[in-house]
Design a protein around this ligand. Structure first.
Ligand code: 4AD
Ligand code: MG
Length: 433
C-alpha cells in the first residue's frame, strides 16, 4: 500500500499516485461522476470519482455517504490551475471508513450560539481550521523567536496562593485542608524569579480571569506568552515586543497563505507590520483623546476599548503607549524616575479595533518601594515574601511583558471576536463543550 500523503504536500507529488486519509467535507455531482471535497486536517482537495474508474462498492459508498464521512482515497495527483491549491485527485481506489449521516453543521448559516455549542465539530469547518492553523503558526513562531535569542522556556504554575493582576477577577478554588488557591492571572511573578536564575526566559501557558464582561476581547481562560529579562529597561521591553510581533506576522505570511485566503484576510494590513512601531506616551495619547469629538475619555483614567480603537485608527501598525499613571496599573511596575505619578510600562494596541495585545513594564527592583506598593494595593505582604526575596538577593533592573495569544491570533486572522481564536473558548456563560 502507498504511504499516506498530506494534502498540503500534494504539490510534491504531481502526476504520482498517492493515498489520502481524511473526511468528506462536501460532495457534488451525480450520475456517473462525483466530486468529493476532501479534507485531511492539512488542507482541502477536490477528488474526482468516475464510475468504472473505481470499484462499484466505493462509488456507491461515496454516493451514499454524508458530510464528514471518513474515508481513504487513492488516485493520481493532477495539476489543475482552476482547483484551489492547484491540484485535484483523480480517484482510482480507496475505501469508506465510516459513513456518516445528518452532520449537524451544514453549509447554511448557523448562529454563533449553535456553533459554539458544537465547537467539537465546528472546528472542522474551513474557517475554524484556518484559524487554528494560524494559531499553530503563531505559537511555533514565538517558540522559534525566543529560542533563537537564547531565552529559556521556564513555565509558571497555574495554582497560585495570591493575585498578580488585581483581586477583582480571581478564580478561587479549594486547595486541600481549608486552603484557598487561585488560578493564575499571569505567570509574571514566577517568571521574574526564573529570570533571576536563567537570565532571559519566557513562560507560555494558560491564564485565567474571572471577567464578568461579555466583550469581543475577553475570555476567562486564555494563553499568555510572558518573556522576562534580567538587566533590561523599558526600552528593551518595547524593542523585544516590536521584534516579536514583526516576526510573528512575517512567519504567518510565509507559512499560512492558503489559510489567510480562506479567511479572506486583507494581507496589506499585515504586510505593513515591520520595522519600528509608533510610540507615544500616555500623556500624548490622552491629549489626542481629549481633543477627539467621539471620546468619553477622562484625564488620568485608563483607556477604554473605544479609546484604544480611536488611538489605533491613527496608525496602520500596532502602537505602543508608555508611561501610564501609577493609579491604573499593577503594583510591581517601576516608578518613572522623571515623574513619580507614572510607571515605566507599555501597552501595545493592535490596529483594526482589536485593542491591547501586549502589556508589559520594567519592574520595581527596589525592596522598600515594592513593599510600600504591595501595602498600597491592599495585598497580603506575607504571600509576597518569596517575591520580595528577588529584591533582597541580587536585585537588578528587569522587565518583560505578556502577550495575549488569542487576541494576537484574532487580529492576524481578522476575526470579529476573540472566541474563535481559542479551540475551546471559555467565557462568562460558556464552559461547554
Ligand atoms: O495586560 P495584562 O493584564 O498583563 C499581565 O498580566 C502582565 N502580568 C504580563 C507581564 O508583564 N508578564 O495581560 C497581558 C495580555 C493583554 O495585553 C491581553 O492581550 C491579554 O493578556 N489578556 C486577555 N486576553 C483575552 N481575554 C482576557 N480576559 C485577557 N486579559 C488580558
Ligand atoms: Mg494590560
Amino acid at each position: 500500500m502507498t504511504s499516506v500523503t498530506s494534502i498540503e504536500n500534494l504539490a510534491q507529488h504531481a502526476s504520482e499516485t498517492v493515498e489520502l486519509a481524511g473526511w468528506m467535507h462536501s460532495k457534488t455531482g451525480k450520475g456517473k461522476l462525483q466530486f468529493v471535497h476532501m479534507r485531511d486536517g492539512t488542507g482541502f482537495v477536490q477528488c474526482v470519482v468516475k464510475r468504472g474508474a473505481v470499484p462499484d462498492e466505493l462509488f456507491d459508498g461515496l454516493a451514499d455517504a454524508g458530510q464528514e464521512s471518513s474515508l481513504r482515497l487513492i488516485g493520481e495527483v493532477r495539476a489543475d490551475p482552476r482547483a484551489p491549491g492547484g491540484f485535484e485527485l483523480v480517484v482510482s481506489g480507496g475505501e469508506m471508513i465510516q459513513s456518516a449521516h445528518d452532520y449537524p453543521i451544514t453549509p447554511k448559516e448557523h448562529g454563533a450560539d449553535f456553533l459554539l455549542s458544537r465547537r467539537h465539530l465546528w472546528l472542522r469547518s474551513k474557517r475554524q481550521w484556518a484559524v487554528m492553523r494560524v494559531r499553530d503558526a503563531v505559537i511555533t513562531s514565538i517558540r522559534r523567536f525566543f529560542d533563537e535569542r537564547g531565552f529559556a522556556c521556564v513555565d509558571s504554575p497555574m495554582f497560585t496562593p495570591s493575585a498578580c493582576e488585581g483581586t477583582s477577577n480571581l478564580f478561587e478554588l479549594d486547595y486541600f485542608e481549608d486552603q484557598k488557591a487561585y488560578l493564575t492571572q499571569s505567570g509574571q511573578l514566577y517568571a521574574e524569579a526564573s529570570a533571576m536564575a536563567l537570565g532571559k526566559i519566557y513562560c507560555f501557558g494558560p491564564t485565567f480571569r474571572a471577567e464578568k464582561s461579555k466583550t469581543r476581547r475577553h475570555l476567562t481562560e486564555f494563553w499568555m506568552l510572558e518573556p522576562e529579562m534580567a538587566f533590561a529597561d523599558l526600552d528593551d521591553v518595547c524593542a523585544l515586543a516590536e521584534d516579536l510581533i514583526c516576526r510573528i506576522v512575517k512567519d504567518v505570511l510565509e507559512r499560512r497563505q492558503p489559510e489567510l485566503a480562506v479567511l479572506e484576510r486583507d494581507l496589506s494590513k499585515l504586510e505593513c507590520v515591520e520595522g519600528k512601531f509608533p510610540r507615544i506616551t500616555y500623556e500624548e495619547a490622552s491629549k489626542i483623546l481629549l481633543e477627539h469629538p467621539d471620546s468619553n475619555f477622562v484625564a488620568g483614567e485608563d483607556f477604554g476599548a473605544p479609546d484604544e480603537t480611536i488611538l489605533s485608527e491613527r496608525y496602520n501598525q500596532p502602537v505602543m503607549i508608555t508611561r501610564y499613571p501609577k493609579a491604573v496599573k499593577s503594583f510591581y511596575m517601576k516608578e518613572d524616575p522623571e515623574d513619580p505619578t507614572k510607571v515605566l510600562c507599555v501597552d501595545m494596541i493592535a490596529p483594526e479595533g482589536v485593542g491591547e495585545i501586549i502589556g508589559g513594564s520594567q519592574r520595581e527592583e527596589d525592596l522598600g518601594t515594592l513593599v510600600a506598593e504591595i501595602e498600597r494595593h491592599g495585598l497580603p505582604q506575607a504571600e509576597f515574601e518569596w517575591y520580595l526575596d528577588l529584591r533582597r538577593y541580587g536585585s537588578v533592573p528587569h522587565g518583560g511583558f505578556g502577550l495575549g495569544l488569542e487576541r494576537t491570533v484574532g487580529w492576524i486572522c481578522g476575526l470579529e471576536h476573540v472566541r474563535e481564536a481559542a479551540p475551546f473558548p471559555r467565557m462568562m456563560g460558556r464552559i461547554r463543550p
